[in-house]
Write a protein that binds this ligand. Structure first.
Ligand SMILES: [Zn+2]
Ligand SMILES: [Zn+2]
Length: 286
């Protein structure tokens, strides 16, 4: 089968991306891609619009998600591809994930207030709207943008470094499902679970443990923030366990002149093995 270069990690306004699902599809088409996946945080709300736009432009959109999980006190992301968005139990589980996100935002604002920065939820919502995002799915990038708008941080990067990043004083880790649970949720919704950007966790034993667990089906070896060595190492790990090697830019859009992670198509992986696996399990994407 021919290699199909695809960006399998893209965010839209359905979560904390800047561009609408249609816009992301148009950007991908303009880059010459023929296959992408939309992988918003804990929601598939952007998928239907992207699929429609994709059909107009002859671009195949794989329904995806990026589940927020935690293990060992770290935020761990699990990508899923090909889930049935209409599955009742899956929808109920995603609603639960959304309420965890809301509680986390509230807790971050409390921490910021205790640090002398009484940032209001309305400011975060305004920052999300100003960035073209949706106030219904606020996350750390929106809190960071609100801090910049208020003059409490010089840039998004500065806001993460000083307040919101892991280990910073307003960082909040919320009760999360484990990566193992996220993997099972995705499988039970008919999808293919993939460990997102293992190079960002500083914890390679986790990737090894999940790979050895026999339930994970792929590793995102190719990612905007991975070095060439990391890419090679994770691809080898995937190969060792017979897992798919996936990849993508993790595009979130531009906030001002800042590009979080990478541009659309900045990282790609061969989508053919993933499409084959989905077709073999009766979840053909077209
Ligand atoms: Zn992620
Ligand atoms: Zn992502």
């Amino acid at each position: 089968m021919a290699v199909i270069p695809a960006d399998l990690h893209l965010h839209t306004t359905a979560s904390d991306g800047v561009d609408s699902p249609s816009e992301v599809v148009r950007l991908a088409a303009a880059k010459g891609l023929s296959v992408i996946a939309i992988t918003d945080h804990d929601t598939m709300d952007g998928v239907a619009e992207a699929v429609l736009e994709g059909k107009k432009l002859s671009l195949l959109v794989i329904p995806g998600i990026e589940l927020s999980t935690a293990s060992g006190g770290k935020d761990i992301h699990v990508l899923g591809y090909g889930m049935d968005a209409a599955d009742n139990r899956w929808q109920e589980r995603l609603r639960l994930q959304g309420s965890v996100r809301e509680r986390r935002n509230a807790a971050m604002l409390e921490r910021l207030a205790s640090l002398g920065i009484p940032l209001q939820l309305e400011e975060v919502e305004a920052a999300a709207l100003a960035a073209g995002g949706s106030p219904s799915s606020l996350g750390r990038p929106h809190v960071a943008a609100a801090l910049v708008a208020r003059g409490a941080a010089a840039s998004i990067r500065d806001a993460f470094d000083r307040y919101l990043g892991e280990g910073a004083p307003a960082y909040v880790s919320q009760p999360r499902i484990t990566p193992e649970e996220g993997i099972e949720w995705i499988i039970e919704a008919g999808g293919v679970p993939v460990l997102a950007h293992p190079g960002l966790y500083g914890w390679d034993e986790l990737a090894e443990r999940l790979a050895a667990g026999g339930r994970l089906q792929g590793i995102e070896a190719r990612h905007s923030d991975h070095t060439v060595e990391q890419e090679r190492g994770y691809a080898e790990l995937a190969e060792r366990y017979g897992l798919l090697v996936t990849g993508g830019s993790d595009y979130h859009g531009r906030r001002g002149s800042e590009l979080h992670h990478g541009d659309v198509g900045a990282r790609t992986a061969d989508a053919a093995p993933l499409l084959e696996r989905l077709a073999a399990s009766g979840r053909e994407v077209r």
